[in-house]
Every structure is written in structure tokens, then in C-alpha cells.
Design a protein around this ligand. Structure first.
Ligand code: IMP
Length: 434
């Protein structure tokens, strides 16, 4: 058989999420016919800005705004019908058009309203050890999947759907109560549970009217036809369930291997792996963050970078770029091309620091040890002169300030992968390919 075998490129975040994936997928999408999300759910917030408008996507792949693209929500995703419905409305694209551009895997799992209840109950019961979850029901939905009791998108087409839904809901209510949260005290989106549940079922109605597919078959068949495909990750490698700062992680595999299980593609089908990182670091929620700044520099980064969660509005913790952590993420993902975002935010600084190693148990190491809990690693920094220039005025690599070029070269040499794109602002137009 002489079928053309294309490769699927993967795009993912290399830090703790919020690296600017939405903008970059949107920028790269014209080069791809199909964009597929492979994991995560509405805990993600992928921000896109173009033609003076800003959009935040949670579950829908970031290619949705390109009229020729096909977008797939893969089996590895967990989907909340209520949030999904609102998200469709927020795109201002009519449902008939969305239905043509967006296909949903029958094997993707559903986030039930009572998963959100459980998320809140479990987080509350953790007290000071709380994860800082987005409380979108992600952990309980993936737990249900692994426990083999979950409801999938394909189940909404079956006659016993509502009966199975009720059974799960009753279990969740009992479990939440055992963790100290009564359903009557839970107000998702400020609504009573019943009112929220009604909206959830309206969302189910919308999904029923859309194209539900066996996405693994579709993706592989498109691949054989030579269609160009981009797999879009959510969150970041340091939040990966296996390799992140466990237990302060999300509940899915955010690394490149997640694209294989989350879309049903073979490892050999993966082509380029685009790894996105910010020129500094941020983190929302709890958990270790070796280079976190608690001073005026951290506040300045947060304000200049507008580092407030696009899903929850929470202020993000900010700190200097952590190269040992970045190198670890590059290794896990087999990154072939790096994409650096938000270098423009650092234009406010006279000097820019980069962490090149850690002091740990009286020695210097350049990797993340198993027990890198809060406060155990002291970063070793190297300083670089700042560029102090409005990078949005640069429209080509050659106009970039020398100081930024030196900084970029240092990162490339440290992790041994080239930086192929530098993003200099939030708009599509603020993007420099190298
Ligand atoms: P969950 O996935 O909502 O349970 O959250 C688990 C941890 O991952 C928390 O620290 C969240 O703040 C973080 N997290 C989840 N999704 C994202 C994201 O898209 N960007 C950044 N952090 C996230």
C-alpha cells in the first residue's frame, strides 16, 4: 500500500501552564488542516487575540477561528457540557458553523456537575495541603475514568444515559457529604445545584446536535490521506500527573506521550514537537516553584504580564526562568523546536536573571530532585543585561535587541534545542519566526 503517511506535530507547554499556547496554535493553524486537543478540560484557558478582540477557549481547539480548519476534541479530553455550551456562544460563531468545524470524540469523558461538587469537597478537606485546583471537576472526572465508571460522550446517544447519570450523581453526593460538603451548600457558578444541572443538560442537548466521531479512526485516516495535523496540549509539563510536582499537578498526561493516548496515534506518527515556554515562569495554585519571587520584581512581572488566570482570575505566582526545569521538560517531550513567549514583559527590567542550577542539601545540582518540595531548592542565578525596548516595534529577527539575542542563545545552548519563534506581544501580529 502506497498511502502517504504524514506526521502529527505536537504543541505543548513546558512549564506550569499559561505559556501562551492559544496564541501560538492560532498563529500556526493556517499551516494545518486539522487541530486536535488531546487532554485536559475546562481547567485550561487558551487566550487568542486578533483584530482587536480577545477570546478565551477552554475545551475547543484553538483552530476554531480559521474557516478552513477542522477541530477535534480527542478522547483524552474531559468535557463539561455547561462550560462547553457557554464557550461556543463566546466565540460568536453560529452553531451551524461550529458544528461543521468541530468534531467531538465519542470516547471523551464527561465532567458531571457532581464531579465539581466532589472537587470542591476534596479540596476543602485537604485544608492547608490543598492543590489549588481550578475546581472544574477535572480530578474527579479523570478518577472516574480510571476507576472505569465514567460516562463518555458516546453514552449520551444511549437510552440508559440518564439512569447512569443519576447513579453516579447519587454516589458523588454521598462521597462529598462524607468529606464535609452538603450538596445544598454547593453553588456552582452561583447557582443552586438543580439550576446548574439544568444548564448542564441543555449543554448535553447541544452536543447531541453536533458531530460525534470515533476520533482515533478519523485522525489516523486523515493522516494516511496526507492531511496536516497539529495536536494541541493544555496545561504544562510540570503539571503532568506522572512527571509534574506531584501531588500539585493536574490529572492528565500533559507531555507529548499524552498526544498518543489522547488521540489514538502511534508514537511513530509524531513529527515536530513544539515546546512553548515563557521567558520567565508563572504558576497558579499551590506547589513548589523554585524561582518564585516574593518581591517588587515579582509584582512588576505580574502586572506587566497581566498574570491573572484566564479561567479563574487568580493572580499567578511569578519568577525568573528556570532552566533546569525547562531542560527536564524538553527531555520528557523530545522537543524539536522551542517557542519563547512574553519576552516583551521582561523589557521593564534593567537586569534579567535566569536560574541555571539549584543548591540542594549543600551541593549544586542541575536537575529537579524527587523531593523538590517548597523551599528545598535554592536557585543559582546568572544575570543578563535587559533589553529595555518595546519589542512590539520589532517586526523581524534582525531588529531584535542584541541583549535579547544573547539571552535566547543562552537558553538554546542550555537545553540544546533552537528557538524557532519569539512572541513579542499578545496579538497574532506580534510573532517573529526565526
Ligand atoms: P486542576 O487540573 O483544575 O485540578 O488543577 C490542578 C493544578 O493545575 C492547580 O494548581 C491549577 O492551578 C493547575 N492548572 C490546571 N489547569 C491549568 C492551566 O490551564 N494553566 C495553569 N495551571 C493550571
Amino acid at each position: 500500500m502506497n498511502a502517504v503517511i504524514n506526521k502529527i506535530d505536537v504543541l505543548l507547554g513546558l512549564q506550569w501552564g499559561d505559556e501562551g499556547k492559544g496564541k501560538i496554535v492560532d498563529y500556526l493553524t493556517p499551516g494545518y488542516r486539522l487541530v486536535a486537543r488531546f487532554q485536559g478540560g475546562p481547567n485550561a484557558g487558551h487566550t487568542l487575540e486578533f483584530e482587536g478582540k480577545k477570546y478565551v477557549l477552554h475545551t475547543i481547539p484553538s483552530g476554531i477561528f480559521h474557516k478552513d480548519s477542522v477541530n477535534v476534541i480527542g478522547n483524552g479530553v474531559v468535557l463539561d457540557p455547561c462550560i462547553f455550551h457557554k464557550e461556543i456562544i463566546s466565540t460568536h460563531i453560529p452553531l451551524e458553523i461550529i458544528s461543521k468545524r468541530l468534531l467531538i470524540s465519542r470516547k471523551a469523558h464527561l465532567i458531571l456537575p457532581s464531579h465539581k461538587l466532589l472537587d470542591a469537597a476534596l479540596e476543602q478537606s485537604r485544608g492547608s495541603a490543598k492543590i489549588g485546583s481550578t475546581l472544574k471537576g477535572i480530578g474527579p472526572a479523570y478518577t472516574e475514568k480510571i476507576a472505569r465508571t465514567g460516562l463518555r460522550i458516546g453514552n449520551i446517544e444511549q437510552s440508559d444515559f440518564e439512569q447512569r447519570y443519576q447513579q453516579l450523581k447519587n454516589n458523588h453526593i454521598r462521597l462529598a457529604a462524607a468529606h464535609g460538603l452538603d450538596i445544598n451548600d454547593f453553588k456552582p457558578d452561583g447557582l443552586d445545584f438543580d439550576a446548574y444541572e439544568q444548564k448542564w443538560f441543555e449543554g448535553i442537548g447541544v452536543i447531541r446536535s453536533m458531530s460525534l466521531v470515533d476520533s482515533e479512526v478519523l485522525v489516523n485516516s486523515e493522516l494516511r490521506k496526507g492531511v496536516s495535523i497539529l495536536a494541541e496540549g493544555a496545561q504544562g509539563s510540570l503539571l503532568d500527573i506522572d512527571f509534574g510536582s506531584y501531588p500539585f499537578v493536574t490529572s492528565s498526561n500533559t507531555v507529548a506521550a499524552g498526544a498518543c493516548t489522547g488521540l489514538g496515534i502511534a508514537p511513530s506518527a509524531i513529527g515536530e514537537v513544539f515546546g512553548i515556554f515563557k521567558a520567565y515562569c508563572t504558576r497558579v495554585g499551590s506547589g513548589p516553584f523554585p524561582t518564585e519571587l516574593f518581591d517588587a520584581d515579582g509584582d512588576a512581572m505580574r502586572n506587566e504580564g497581566n498574570e491573572f488566570g484566564s479561567t479563574t482570575g487568580r493572580p499567578r505566582r511569578c519568577g525568573w526562568l528556570d532552566l533546569p526545569a525547562l531542560k527536564y521538560a524538553v527531555m520528557l517531550n523530545g522537543v524539536t523546536k522551542l517557542i519563547m513567549t512574553k519576552a516583551d514583559v521582561l523589557s521593564i527590567f534593567e537586569n534579567i536573571k535566569v536560574c541555571t542550577a539549584y543548591r540542594y542539601n549543600n551541593t549544586q545540582i542541575d536537575y529537579l530532585p524527587f523531593d523538590f518540595d517548597e523551599g528545598r531548592l535554592e536557585p543559582v542565578y546568572q544575570s543578563f543585561p535587559g533589553w529595555k525596548k518595546d519589542l512590539r516595534l520589532c517586526d523581524h529577527e534582525s531588529n531584535l535587541p542584541e541583549e535579547l539575542k544573547t539571552f535566547t542563545r543562552f537558553v538554546e545552548e542550555y537545553v540544546n534545542v533552537p528557538v524557532s519563534i519569539i512572541s513579542t506581544g499578545p496579538d497574532r501580529a506580534h510573532t517573529i519566526a526565526r
